[in-house]
Design a protein around this ligand. Structure first.
Ligand SMILES: [Zn+2]
Length: 203
């Protein structure tokens, strides 16, 4: 029996994190991530899953290393409580192609796992990528042959359970920001995570 029943959702950054917004500053990553999670959590709970959020507050500890280590401590404590193999961590972000407050051309969904991650992490990541393609969220970039990206981002490398980090379109691409700021776009991102976490947990 598959017993992966505890979902830990990771918010992105904080209101006190510099940058992490669209060039016109109308879109902010910390806010979008928390809105997606607020919509997603009750839908997952309705499926019978236990759901946690790593940091719910808008403000996060500074500097970033304090924030990121706190997130990992929270996730790993939940793993100790519920059993690592029953937990999965999904950190919800929005990509950026550059800095300096300039609109850029790259757009679309991406999902990351840590380089030495578990098969379970890879399975969830691939399903997120494939579902994003099916939902026409792929954008204009080529997809790696594994159907996920690999990078040792702190929160996916230093958490014990299967972990993925989603980059939900680009906050410095005009088309992507327009979609993310629409009710339809946000609902699509919620739906993508809901579908894939549901399938992964076998509920
Ligand atoms: Zn981010």
């Amino acid at each position: 029996m598959d017993s992966k029943k505890v979902v830990i959702l990771g918010t992105a950054h904080g209101v006190n994190t510099p940058g992490k917004c669209s060039p016109d500053k109308k879109f902010r990553e910390y806010k979008f991530s928390r809105e997606v999670i607020a919509a997603l959590k009750p839908k997952l709970e309705a499926l019978g899953l236990t759901v946690y959020i790593d940091i719910t507050k808008d403000e996060v500890p500074r500097p970033p290393v304090a924030e990121l280590s706190q997130r990992c401590r929270i996730v790993n404590n939940i793993c100790s409580k519920h059993g690592t193999k029953n937990c999965v961590y999904v950190s919800i972000h929005v990509n950026a192609a550059g800095s300096g407050g300039v609109w850029r051309t790259a757009r679309g969904f991406a999902v990351y796992v840590a380089r030495q991650c578990s098969e379970a992490s890879r399975r969830l990541a691939k399903s997120l990528c494939d579902t994003a393609i099916a939902m026409e969220l792929k954008g204009n970039r080529s997809i790696p042959k594994e159907h996920y990206w690999q990078a040792n981002f702190y929160v996916i490398k230093n958490t014990r359970c299967p972990a993925v980090l989603t980059e939900n379109l680009f906050q410095d691409n005009h088309e992507d920001v327009e979609l993310l700021m629409s009710a339809e776009g946000k609902a699509k991102i919620v739906e993508l995570h809901l579908k894939c976490i549901k399938a992964y947990c076998g509920v």
